[in-house]
Design a binder for this molecule. Structure first.
Ligand code: PLP
Length: 365
């Protein structure tokens, strides 16, 4: 750090030049984040200094967090769900497994996850001393309930399914896996960090949320398809009392107990997520999702017209291809199975899709 401060002008000119080095969302097809909605940014700024780590000082913001959780619970068919706003899917998944582990204290506990699970489960299992049993997927990259059943033993403390897998956009058969969890009375966590704000608006899906009676907890991230500012995830529990096992004493704060992982927690992204959900409503969110799904279908059709087959037909707005190209000027990623991976986020508009396909066409020629 320099002895004397910089002028504001010099500072912000430097910051602008640094920001220029960042890529712009318009040509990023590899991210599950997107440009926040304008109302998200406005609400975020209004709550910029709030700290949910000491909620008694910010009762208004605390109330907004409760309202956000109620809105999400309602969307996921359990308005009485307990929950709090996390920093994202990673924290939600860690916290869900912490609860599962505390509910069933055994030596050498294990957790059953699908091979498609997000790497946050590697972190969670490492931190919590859980053996991670990864079960192979079926031909459509979904978790196989039969293999889940085979992997269970008396030390299994949790089963995890994914709604909207990170790499292929698949929805696991939650109802069937839920039956297996119920048969063995095992904590059942659904990681819907990505798909939790997509699946409620897709027609004809089998139940995957709290409608499945054995679902214990759900991760859902407003900072992905909810267009909020970063960081805003949410962990919802069927039984709000279950958070109690995570409580620690917080003697010098305005509340005397805390179950969250982070101490200081920003209220700004919570206000931002609340604002988007309230502003768009179910109708607006549904229109957003229909648009992303339509663009997903168009990209698949366009890629297949060039001979690049889809790896699988996705359930949500993630499209993967058997395509070795590295399209110049665009960001796509590769799945661990070697497929080109694209995520059709709200910033990937129809024009962006057509422009991407043009690049593919030129590279293909
Ligand atoms: N779970 C799923 C299914 C995800 O796709 C992701 C991230 O893409 C996560 C968890 C982790 O979320 P975050 O990066 O917000 O911690």
């Amino acid at each position: 750090m320099k002895e004397n401060g910089s002028s504001e002008e010099e500072l912000f000119s430097y910051l602008s030049s640094v920001r220029e080095e960042d890529l712009k969302y318009g040509r990023i097809l590899s991210s599950m984040c997107t440009r926040p909605h304008p109302v998200a940014i406005r609400a975020h700024m209004q709550f910029i200094e709030t700290n949910l780590g000491d909620p008694g000082l910010f009762p208004g913001t605390m109330g907004l967090e409760d309202e956000l959780i109620t809105m999400l619970g309602d969307l996921l068919h359990h308005s009485g769900a307990g929950g709090y706003a996390t920093s994202g899917g990673t924290e939600s998944n860690i916290q869900a497994l912490r609860i599962a582990k505390k509910q069933k204290p055994v030596d050498t506990p294990n957790v059953i996850i699908p091979a498609s699970a997000h790497f946050s489960f590697d972190k969670a299992c490492d931190m919590l001393g859980l053996q991670m049993r990864s079960v192979p997927l079926d031909a459509n990259y979904r978790m196989d309930p039969v293999l889940v059943n085979e992997a269970i033993d008396e030390k299994t403390v949790a089963i995890v399914s994914v709604v909207g897998t990170t790499e292929y956009g698949m929805i696991d058969p939650v109802k069937e896996i839920g039956s297996v969890a119920a048969d063995h009375d095992i904590f059942f966590h659904v990681d819907a960090a990505f798909g939790g704000l997509v699946a409620p608006f897709l027609p004809g899906l089998a139940p995957w949320d709290f409608l499945v009676p054995s679902v214990s907890s759900i991760s859902v991230d407003p900072h992905k398809m909810g267009m909020s500012t970063i960081p805003c995830g949410a962990l919802l529990l069927r039984d709000p009392e279950a958070f109690g096992c995570l409580n620690v004493d917080t003697p010098y704060l305005t509340v005397k107990k805390e179950c969250t992982l982070a101490g200081t927690r920003p209220g700004a992204p919570v206000a931002s997520a609340y604002a988007v959900l309230r502003y768009l409503g179910r109708e607006g969110l549904s229109a957003l999702v229909q648009g992303c799904m339509e663009n997903t279908r168009r990209l698949i059709e366009g890629m297949e017209a060039f001979g690049y087959a889809r790896a699988v037909t996705p359930d949500v707005n993630v499209a993967t291809f058997d395509c070795p190209l590295v399209p110049t000027g665009w960001r796509v990623s590769r799945t661990r199975w070697g497929h080109m991976r694209t995520v059709l986020m709200p910033h990937v508009t129809r024009d962006v899709v057509e422009s991407f396909l043009e690049t593919i066409g030129e590279s293909h020629a």
